[in-house]
Structures are given as C-alpha cells and as structure tokens.
Design a protein. Structure first.
Length: 367
C-alpha cells in the first residue's frame, strides 16, 4: 500500500468517527472532564529529510506516552518514540542504502487551541499544538561503515559509529477525538530537529525527522462532580415569657387521621427519563396496592440532581421521569384520575447526594 493511500484511509476513518459519534454535553456528566491523565500508544511512518528520494527511506515507527491534561487548554506528556531510520547515497554506478536504530524521549507541552473558544468547550475534538524538548539516542549504524569499507574509499565522510546522542526539538500538531469517557483516538504529525550528521551526512544545520502517526489513548483519573447541600435552618418556636402558663383553654384535642400509605422510589440513570427494567417491580407493587385499596390516590414527583446539568435540562428530566412513571401506573390498570403528577426539577434534593436524587417518588395513600 502506498504511503499516501495509507494516510488517506486513516483520515477517512477519523472523519467517519467525527460524524457518527454523538457529542456528550459536559453538563450531563457525573465527573469533571478536566483534569485527567492518559496513557497513549501510536504507530505510523517516519523519514529524515535528505537529498536522497524520500519515498525510498520511509520506515515504520511507534510511540508510547504518559501525560495529563490539566485544563481544557493545557497539558503535558512524556513521549517515547523509536524504531529505525534509513539513509541513502546516490552514486553514478549504483545507489547505496543504510539503516540504523534510534529512540527519542521527549517532554512535550500540549496546547488545545479549541480549548480557548468558549462556544466549543464541549466539542469532542481537541486540536493540540505540540512543542517539546528531549534526548535522541541512535545506534547500530554499521551499514554506513560497511559502505565505506567495502568500496575502499570513504563515500560517507560523516558516518558515525557506536552510539550517537543528540538533542530533539519538536513541534507538531495532534487531532484527538474523544470517543467516550475513557477512550480517544488521535492522529499526529511532528517535525523533530536533531543534531547534524544524524543521518551520517553533514549539512551544516540540524537534521529534520518527520513523523506521522495514528493512535489511541486511555483516559483516567477524573474527579467526581460534587454537590454542596443547602444549609437547612431548623424552625425554633419562640418562647413568650409573658404568657400565663396556668391559662387553660377548652379547645378540643384534634386526633390525627389514621390512614394507610406506601412509598416507592424509582431511580434513574444520569440524563435519562426512561424507567429501567430493574425498577419496574416497584411500580408493579404500587399498582397491586392501589387495586387492593380502591379509594387510594397517589402522587408521583419527579426530581433531578443539582450537581450535574443545567436547571433547564434538569426540569425536563424531572418532568419526564414523573410522567413516565405515571404512565406505567396507568398502563397497569389504575385510572388517571387517581394520580397527581408533579416535578421539582433540581430545586429539591430529596436524599442529598446526586445519584439518589435522580428519582421519581411515588406516595400512595388511603385516608
């Protein structure tokens, strides 16, 4: 497969992923999307710029990285890349090629350009500018020495032997697409500036190595969204010291009304209004109880958690939860006139924490 065809296929795959995947709204998440850590693996092609035909000296390469995105716009990583390089020397009688191994360890700064645009804060695509510095180590350059020795004359006058160390200055661009909470895919192209003679030729300036890779990253280390419970000030009846304690009134004692009551809590997943199969048995219990108490009525009150989402979205979620639960009760044979449907949105957290507040509460009673 030609190299240009390979990259065309990878670009098409990335475009399909972008159009097929749904964007996740940050407000619907039960975790903070930043900061997070990641581990990445990549594979692709590399070449070193030289006066020999570039298409003949392209080789494979692979990378591994560990890093973190500290915010929507800034991150850093430790990146290790390596495999082997090829070089070539064109002579009138024939062409000579040689290869050698290398590995580069870099510390890279990552700047997500889209992270500065507030309207795109929930966009799953990150456009990261890469800039970093590191150390390159190359070895196994025996082929270059063999070319000189076999011809009896030195064609590669700057061929090196043993192990060669060099700085590595990197600039690049990476497009990273979030698939879900833990996984993303990326495509990256880098230009790496290395010491002259990296490719066993002297050009009186730094050699440039170009890499292009695709990869995946596993994201972890998210922080959970927290909800600060409102402070409830208890009501305290004021004591009137001037009140006559001996005053006796003839007001009758009101006895409390006796009645039967049952309550069921129907819990929902984040951002969902459909009743889970595991919660249906609770609704069936309510239906059976109301059938055995023909004069009983019930209230269904929907809630959403204030720790995620917006007030507008949560109002829709809470109302949908209450209506779907009421519909299930009616479908079970209970007349709609015996039901009252209400919604509190995220203004009331019945159980304090976020997870238990994604709920529709059924209270059925017969006075």
């Amino acid at each position: 497969m030609k190299v240009k065809n390979f990259y065309a296929i990878m670009l098409m795959a990335l475009c399909v992923s972008l159009t097929a995947s749904a964007q996740v709204e940050e407000d619907d998440l039960d975790y903070k999307p930043y900061p997070y850590m990641f581990i990445g693996l990549q594979g692709g092609m590399q070449t070193t710029l030289t006066n020999y035909p570039q298409s003949d000296i392209i080789t494979g390469t692979a990378s591994a990285s560990f890093g973190a995105m500290f915010s929507r716009a800034f991150g850093a990583r430790f990146h290790v890349n390596g495999a082997w390089c090829k070089g070539g020397l064109a002579q009138p009688e024939r062409d000579y090629r040689y290869d050698y191994n290398y590995v580069t360890a870099n510390i890279d700064l990552m700047v997500n350009v889209l992270g500065f645009i507030s309207s795109l804060k929930n966009f799953p695509l990150s456009t990261n500018i890469i800039a970093g510095i590191g150390l390159n180590t190359a070895w196994n350059n025996d082929d270059a020495g063999y070319i000189n020795n076999s011809l009896g004359k030195t064609l590669l006058t700057d061929a090196w032997t043993g192990t060669k160390f060099s700085h590595n200055l990197r600039v690049g661009l990476m497009l990273d697409y979030r698939i879900n909470k833990h996984w993303s895919m990326n495509i990256e192209a880098d230009a790496n500036s290395l010491h002259d003679r990296f490719n066993s030729k002297r050009s009186d300036c730094d050699d440039w190595q170009i890499t292009a890779q695709v990869g995946v990253a596993y994201r972890f280390g998210y922080k959970k969204r927290t909800y600060t419970e409102p402070v409830v000030v208890p009501y305290v009846e004021e004591f009137d010291e001037n009140r006559d304690a001996d005053v006796v009134t003839d007001a009758p004692v009101v006895q409390p009304t006796k009645y039967e009551q049952m309550q069921k809590d129907i819990f929902f997943k984040i951002g969902k209004t459909e009743v889970d199969d595991g919660e249906l048995s609770k609704i069936e219990d309510v239906i059976a109880w109301m059938k055995s108490h023909p004069t009983a009525t019930a209230s269904v009150t929907g809630h959403a958690d204030a720790g995620t989402g917006t007030a507008e979205k949560n109002a829709v979620y809470a109302r949908g939860r209450a209506e779907n639960v009421a519909k299930a009760i009616i479908d079970g044979g209970i007349d709609a006139s015996r039901l009252k449907v209400d919604s509190k949105g995220d203004t009331v957290m019945p159980y304090g924490d976020n997870e238990k507040s994604r709920v529709a509460i059924i209270v059925a009673e017969e006075k």
